[in-house]
Design a protein around this ligand. Structure first.
Ligand SMILES: Cc1ncc(COP(=O)(O)O)c(C=O)c1O
Length: 395
């Protein structure tokens, strides 16, 4: 009998973000007053017009299977969105709707990667990229970025990381965890590099709507050549406070979209039908609730950055998008607080959770031990109290 488990999958680590958030939630359930900065989801309810659309669908539509790549009406609404927001012309045959952007990213990597391919990722990175790349049998090539460079790819380092095995570059703008937003000229340079070396760009644009200064530009919009090499990833979770509805989507050239559709048809069939109907309304309906959400995030962002930079031992740059701030904790490493020595970001997170009852995500989860990530997808009141606690704990 051979009961060895899958070598590839036993090596995959659990998401640190979800792990810490779950621990903090358990402490809250046990009656402990924990303030969590761990969350990767808006603390707003899904807007009412979207909830109403879901209820209407349940009452009026047949909630059966849909085509595996999504309802034709939703794919049409997504094409309209790409035209309106990104000046991108896609046809429904280019679109695959999936169970969240996470699923779309996995689909994209599975469609393009072969064993020994390399995929370039900037660190600090979103926790799931390296594991997803490994699950697609490829190798993550981690390229460190610097805070002074706003945690963006340095173009020289990016180009020199390319080998004959490079299959794709992952580009995340706005970025989780750093809040970095690439400007048009930087995106054009990345596009040039991709075209020159004939490699794919997986452009994760899930935080597109959450930009505080300036406007999002999609790298795919610079012309047919780069559009053909780009797989654009987006979804409903962050912009529409629809994390639990699990709808993400991608746009790619027809060949890639067809492969993904075929694979998805065997893996998961279609994403949830009710959530698909609700997503049509989300994309086409009144966008005012989203604007209100962005205003609230912006106010918190400014507050949190000012407070952090006033706390001795901590510092951070102003994030330009998403709802996270990367805090430099390097001055605290190697020091003792209340008898607890902090040698790593994990120690720091553990200390803050045990001592200050504040949950943060250690930078090591994003590939950089000198940082911790705070999410400001929590109320201003919680942010104020949480920062008071952090300040006291490291005084
Ligand atoms: C950078 C990035 N991409 C993709 C996702 C996945 O979003 P979802 O699967 O909820 O659509 C997240 C969620 O945290 C993210 O931060």
């Amino acid at each position: 009998m051979n009961t060895n488990l899958s070598r590839k999958n036993t090596e995959i680590t659990a998401s640190i973000t979800l792990g810490i958030t779950a621990k903090a939630k358990k402490m809250v359930a046990d009656g402990i007053d924990v303030i969590s900065f761990g969350s990767g989801e808006p603390d707003f309810r899904t807007p009412k017009y979207i909830r109403d659309a879901a209820i209407k669908a349940i009452e009026e539509e047949s909630i059966g299977y849909t085509p595996s790549a999504g309802l034709p009406q939703l794919k049409k609404a997504i094409c309209e969105k790409f035209k309106k927001d990104n000046n991108l012309d896609f046809n429904p045959e280019n679109i695959v709707v999936s169970n969240g952007a996470k699923h779309s990213l996995n689909n994209a990597l599975q469609a393009i990667c072969n064993p020994e391919d390399e995929v370039i990722v900037a660190a600090p990175y979103w926790v799931s990229y390296p594991e997803m790349i490994k699950m697609a049998d490829a190798e993550p090539i981690i390229l460190d970025t610097r805070e002074e460079n706003e945690f963006k790819y340095d173009m020289k380092s990016l180009e020199s990381a390319i080998t004959d095995k490079t299959k794709a570059i992952i580009l995340t703008s706005p970025n989780n965890p750093t809040g970095a937003v690439y400007d048009e000229s930087e995106l054009r340079q990345i596009a040039e590099i991709a075209i020159k070396h004939n490699i794919f760009i997986i452009s994760d644009e899930i935080y597109e709507k959450l930009i505080y200064d300036g406007k999002h530009v999609s790298i795919a919009s610079f012309g047919d050549e780069i559009k053909d090499l780009t797989i654009v990833i987006n979804g409903m979770s962050k912009a529409y406070a629809m994390t639990g509805w699990r709808i993400g989507y991608l746009a790619a050239n027809k060949e890639i979209a067809t492969i993904i559709n075929n694979v998805q048809s065997h893996y998961t069939s279609n994403p949830n039908t009710i959530a698909q109907y609700a997503s049509i309304e989300a994309l086409r309906g009144d966008q005012k609730p989203i604007e209100d959400m962005i205003k609230a995030f912006d106010e918190r962002r400014k507050y949190i950055v000012e407070r952090i930079n006033s706390i001795k031992g901590l510092s951070c740059k102003m994030p330009k998008g998403a709802f996270y701030v990367m805090i430099n904790i390097s001055e605290c490493l190697g020091k003792s607080f209340n008898g607890f020595t902090v040698n790593s970001s994990m120690d720091f997170a553990q200390y803050l959770l045990d001592n200050a009852k504040v949950a943060v995500i250690p930078g090591i989860g994003f590939g950089d031990d000198n940082y911790m990530r705070l999410s400001y997808a929590t109320s201003l009141e919680n942010i104020k109290e949480g920062l008071n606690r952090i300040e006291k704990a490291i005084r």
